[in-house]
Every structure is written in structure tokens, then in C-alpha cells.
Ligand binder design. Sequence first.
Ligand SMILES: *[C@@H]1O[C@H](CO)[C@@H](O)[C@H](O)[C@H]1NC(C)=O
Ligand SMILES: *[C@@H]1O[C@H](CO)[C@@H](O)[C@H](O)[C@H]1NC(C)=O
Length: 179
Amino acid sequence: MHSLLSRGNAIVAYTLSLLACLTFLCFLSTLFVDYRTIAAINTVKVVVKSVPDYSAAREECDLGFITFDLQANLTNLFNWNVKQLFLYLTAEYSTANNALSQVVLWDKIILRGEKAILDFKNMNTKYYFWDDGSGLRGHQNITLTLAWNIIPNAGLLPSIVARGQHSFAFPSNYTVTRV
Ligand SMILES: *[C@@H]1O[C@H](CO)[C@@H](O)[C@H](O)[C@H]1NC(C)=O
Ligand SMILES: *[C@@H]1O[C@H](CO)[C@@H](O)[C@H](O)[C@H]1NC(C)=O
């Protein structure tokens, strides 16, 4: 005869393994989904200033100011295993000092059920575009890319880079007026 305790124990164990199994199936069902999609990125205003850097030994550093357009339809990325998306816009470039610099300029969280169609015009960046020297002025190839982390209900946390990037150049003269 089973005691009440061992019966309770069996039910708990059964429920737990069932849940683990369902979670695994949930994870499997979305393992091979292609989370890449197209993002259209464009720069509107591009300016570079030379600004005193009080935090470092160097006296002046380049600070870039850009505004950008961004369009993407991320509706398709939301399946039942996607809890939220963490989007971020990165600028990538190389200089004599650094083989590869990556600067996050903007980010956004889209929760499940929120509007997943981005249509931004002339947006300001959220974060400063500092270089650690004078690498921005006259730079001919700064590449902007949109990427996202998928926060799932179960499983991996993939980081995806959107198709479509935008390259631009900084002017060869510093702007001295306020922007
Ligand atoms: C966004 O994508 C969804 C799914 O593919 C589609 O139904 C919808 O019409 C698209 N919206 C726009 C504005 O392109
Ligand atoms: C611009 O930089 C990107 C990566 O930062 C690189 O893939 C691309 O080839 C470069 N383009 C030119 C014209 O140098």
C-alpha cells in the first residue's frame, strides 16, 4: 500500500518530468527558426567634434553626433517562445589605434504584444559616440548594424544580426558650434 506521502512524491516527480519535457519540446520547436530579417538604416545628420576628455590622460577626443532613420518589421520574430527582444544599434569601425571598435549607440526593448514595426525618422542616439583618440574625423567607413537578443521562454538566448547595414563617412572638419 502506498502511503499518502509516497503517492504525493510520485505525482510531484511525474509533474516535474512532464514540465521539463514540455519545456524541452518548446525549446526544440523554435530551435531552427530563422530570426534574421531586414533592417533599413540610414544616417541623416553626421557631425564630429573634438571635445576635452576629462576622464583620460588625453586632452581631446572625437565625439560623433549622428541622427538616423530605422525601418524594420520584426512582427515575424515573435513566436510562442519569444518573450521579448532586446534591439541594439552598433557602429563598427577600425582606426590606426584599434583594429575594431564597436560602439553601441541606441537600444530598445520590445515586449511580446507590443508593436514590432519600427519606423523611426531622424532619431538621436541614446549613448555617446566617443572615440578614444581622434579616429572619427574624416573616417570614411563607419558601419551601422542593428542586432537583437531574443529573450526566450525556454532555451538559448540567440544574438542575431539583421540583414542590411549602412556605412557612412564623418566629415573631415570638426564642427565647433553647438549641435
Ligand atoms: C509586417 O510583417 C507582418 C508579417 O509578415 C505582415 O503581416 C505585416 O503586414 C507587415 N507590416 C508592414 C507594415 O509591413
Ligand atoms: C567597411 O567596414 C566594414 C566592417 O567594419 C567592412 O566589412 C567593409 O569591407 C569596409 N568597406 C570598405 C569599403 O572598406
